[in-house]
Design a protein around this ligand. Sequence first.
Ligand code: GDP
Length: 464
Amino acid sequence: MVLTTTEFDTIAAISTPPGEGGISIIRISGEEALDVAKKLYRGKDLDKVASNTINYGHIIDPDTNEEVDEVMLSVMRAPHTYTEEDIVEINCHGGIVATNRILQLALSHGARMAEPGEFTKRAFLNGRIDLSQSEAVMDLIEAKTDRSMKAAINQLDGNLSHLIKHLRQDILDVLAQVEVNIDYPEYDDVETMTSKLLREKATDVHARIVQLLKTAKQGKILREGLATSIIGRPNVGKSSLLNNLLHEDKAIVTDVPGTTRDVLEEYVNVHGVPLKLVDTAGIRDTTDKVEKIGVDRSRKAINSADLVLLVLNASEPLTDEDKKLLSATQDKQRIIILNKTDLPTKIDQDQIKSLADGQNVISTSAIKADGLTQLEELIAKMFFDEGIESSQNDIMVTNARHIGLLNQAKQALEDVVKGLDDGMPVDLVQIDMTRCWDFLGEITGDSYQDELIDQLFSQFCLGK
Ligand code: GDP
């Protein structure tokens, strides 16, 4: 279903973050965008200005003739715009009052308040970008590291979409061929021929999906961050290490008010890997030392983590508490950090190494900031073993929705092959092949349900 632009009304929103700043932008999109702007703007004749120009003038309240702000107004005419509709963007002085006044004036003179993500939703519904590209827009805005940004740009450029479209076309070709074989059998062994064709294509597409899914683990980390817990007994140096990690402007703190994630999320950029720190409140809250001891609390942090940093105090012998934490994390991706190595070592390093199978043990001194580079390199190596740069231009699947659909598509192809093995009639096998085609289509939005679209775009920011 592709809607034409004429079916949409004109929408407006503030596209810049709320608050005081140098400039704020009010964006208006739709058939009447220019008409709305003309009612509020005093300056050049907007009917005569060329597309993609920015024009000096003033915003006036047409009802009172009061001057509201001095502005620069961009005119972008359909169809070569973000939404493929006429767009006007008003750059005003970035104060809360002026910005809101201009938005209110736009709303009372023909525009409707845009829903979150509605501009991008229109770009999708008007066919300028597909669904995976729309999702990449949001990923780009939310990217926590350069590497996450590159993965989002790659997807926004349509590289994933091209691959998916290619696979779908291959499936469609084979389905068409099967139809022809069935309708116009030239040979007696049409059944055998058709089965062979289906099997070959299913195996081929399956292999390519498996290849793509191999990037999913890293891709998901780049998009969502690697959930990381720092655990250990009190006073081993967890918060000192955390502060070290958070140094050098590497910390990205995201506040997401008014959404389901209304907690403060902290990210650290480790060689392009965004570490999303889990449960740091427990570490920071020094008034709560007793509660912190609880292994139960640690267990919660351990369970929710992709990576556990288990901190031990190298200047003390191993305690029972340490041993419990070692055993509670043994099935996890973990790094054992022997901290306080600036002090005389009392911990039995050989015992630790044997407990850890010789894996991922790092010595640090948080006080002297020693060993942190090695720690960061180890983290990057654990999750991007072939090096983060080597996969720079490859297509990555980063989005849990895409990963789920690719897995379903893969399963459908396995059903095709199983059906053929079991001697199922070709028309039944065709159904599984078609299911695969549908699943892939949901990634790009070629086949979709309205509820999915509404739900996806509602997670966007207002004004995007
Ligand atoms: P937490 O309770 O595990 O978060 O531990 P803190 O980070 O609060 O550290 C407890 C104490 O150990 C503080 O006095 C720190 O200054 C000290 N400390 C932390 N790391 C080191 C280290 O590497 N060497 C030394 N000598 N002291 C450290």
